[in-house]
Design a binder for this molecule. Structure first.
Ligand code: NAD
Ligand code: UPG
Length: 427
């Protein structure tokens, strides 16, 4: 149990990162004042509802209800906490630069900084901390990028590979206090300057995205030369210098982070006169990869005009209802432009999908989506898709037994034995 005098925490922006940060710090024994400008979200949280799908989060929030104070106002946060964790969104602009307007709005409310420190958890371009300090020299600023993954956010927050803290000399006391918050987690703490901390975040995401685009290109070559990318990744990953993670070939990376952060780093480099060639290729490969599944369907169905295509999964990955930059959205659009009729099912993301996938028939079960379909495309590797009775019920309801497995997730041998045409990625 944490000591009674545990440092109070302020959280600004109660989205994925903000709510997980608030709940985890509360679990570690801190009083947390969490503020969002979205009044409906705060009202839901006050009623005890958790507005996002993240495993374990409802239980964590409920367990720490007494220590979590949700508000739409900044004043109570400033009154109770000195460490203000900024967790607002930094979405992409049309130019590819990060949109810092939400961060700016937060900074504007700290116009007369005194004994507070802004702790930046939002992912921001390198130089953001320095720019804020130029405008508000008296503000204490600590960079503390977040590395959690959706779907395993609490585990990632509580057991991080490392914690990164960047600060200048004037804010070292506050940075020490931030470091002290993480000490119970027992992870390595990387203390550095603000710009390097900002770059560690962007470079880490860009490197992971590069691994994915690399293995996707290897997969595409495997298809030409008769190798199996899953076997190749297994063999490569055992080399400790390469490692087994983020080598799953498939339908490209999506989500609220990789697409925008890779683009933002490319843009950041470009703005300072350096053309980051590698990232340009990483992005191009990813865009093409999302579309390649259409070609696999055409290989077996010919023209897609009037064909019924079932998308299994809408979320950008399993265990989340986040559909930002999901492959399913690109795929649905491409299929429709080829003349196909698209239906889709996802265990948790249908509500969010309704707002974006207007011409797609959203189904309440996988079987409903597969009923009468000319082909199924597995887009998100939800475990329940592997558990389907492919040889029985699925085979009976589909018009044609064609499966394109965009995540190499299904049991290829079992499907083929049951008479399905199976197309994976890179195998
Ligand atoms: N989602 C992830 O997995 C993840 C992981 C690591 C880092 N990040 C980074 O963390 C940041 C937040 O990401 P997210 O996915 O949690 O975003 P989100 O869109 O889920 O949440 C952002 C929240 O901030 C609120 N907000 C906006 N302006 C505000 C203001 N002035 N005051 C208070 N609240 C305000 C919004 O209403 C929203 O609820 C981004 O910079 C993102 O790149 C995200
Ligand atoms: O081998 C792999 C691993 C992932 N993906 C795809 O990559 C995307 C991102 O997946 P993942 O990284 O698991 O989820 P995110 O929640 O987007 O987390 C990433 O983005 C966060 C926001 O910056 C960071 O904090 C995390 O460290 C970073 O992993 C998804 O579309 C996955 O399907 C693959 O295609 N192949």
């Amino acid at each position: 149990m944490a000591p009674r005098e545990a440092e109070p925490i302020g959280v600004i922006g109660v989205g994925w990162v903000g709510l997980v940060t608030a709940a985890c710090f509360a679990e570690l024994g801190h009083e947390v004042w969490a503020r969002d400008i979205d009044a409906a979200k705060i009202a839901a949280l006050e009623r005890g509802e958790v507005p996002i799908h993240e495993p374990g989060l409802p239980e964590l929030v409920a367990r720490n209800r007494d220590r979590l104070h949700f508000t739409t106002e900044m004043a109570p946060v400033l009154e109770h906490a000195q460490l203000l964790f900024c967790c607002v969104d930094t979405p992409p602009t049309y130019s590819g630069d990060a949109d810092l307007s939400r961060v700016e709005a937060v900074v504007a409310e700290l116009a007369e900084p005194d004994d507070h420190a802004l702790v930046m958890k939002s992912t921001v371009p390198v130089g953001t901390g320095a720019a804020i300090k130029r405008r508000l020299p008296a503000l204490h600023y600590v960079s503390n990028p977040e590395f959690l993954k959706e779907g395993s956010a609490i585990e990632d927050f509580m057991h991080p590979d490392r914690v990164v803290i960047g600060n200048d000399a004037a804010s070292s006391d506050f940075a020490d206090r931030v470091a002290a918050l993480y000490e119970p987690l027992g992870a390595p703490i990387v203390r550095t300057d603000v710009a390097s901390a900002e770059m560690i975040k962007l470079a880490s995401n860009a490197f992971l995205a590069t691994k994915i685009s690399f293995i996707n290109e290897i997969a595409n070559v495997c298809e030409e030369v008769g190798a199996d990318v899953a076997e190749v990744a297994r063999g490569m990953g055992l080399d400790a210098r390469i490692g087994p993670h983020f080598l799953r070939a498939g339908a490209g990376y999506g989500g609220s982070c990789f697409p925008k952060d890779v683009q933002a780093l490319k843009q950041l480099a470009g703005n300072s006169g350096y053309h980051f060639q590698l990232l340009t290729a990483v992005i191009d490969v990813n865009e093409l990869q999302k579309r390649r599944l259409v070609g696999k369907l055409q290989k077996h169905l010919g023209s897609l005009v009037g064909k019924e295509i079932a998308l299994l999964g809408v979320a950008f990955k399993p265990n989340t209802d986040d559909i930002r930059e999901a492959t399913s959205l690109v795929l649905a659009g491409r299929l429709q432009s080829e003349g196909a009729q698209v239906r889709a099912y996802d265990p948790v993301a249908l509500e969010r999908a309704r707002a974006v996938l207007s011409n797609v028939r959203l189904c309440t079960s996988a079987l409903e989506a597969l009923d009468g379909a000319d082909a199924a495309v597995l887009v998100t590797e939800w475990p329940e898709f592997r558990e389907l009775d492919w040889a029985g019920a699925v085979k009976r309801v589909m018009r044609r037994p064609i499966v394109v497995d965009g995540r190499n997730f299904l049991d290829r041998e079992a499907l083929q034995a049951a008479g399905f045409v199976y197309e994976g990625v890179g195998r």
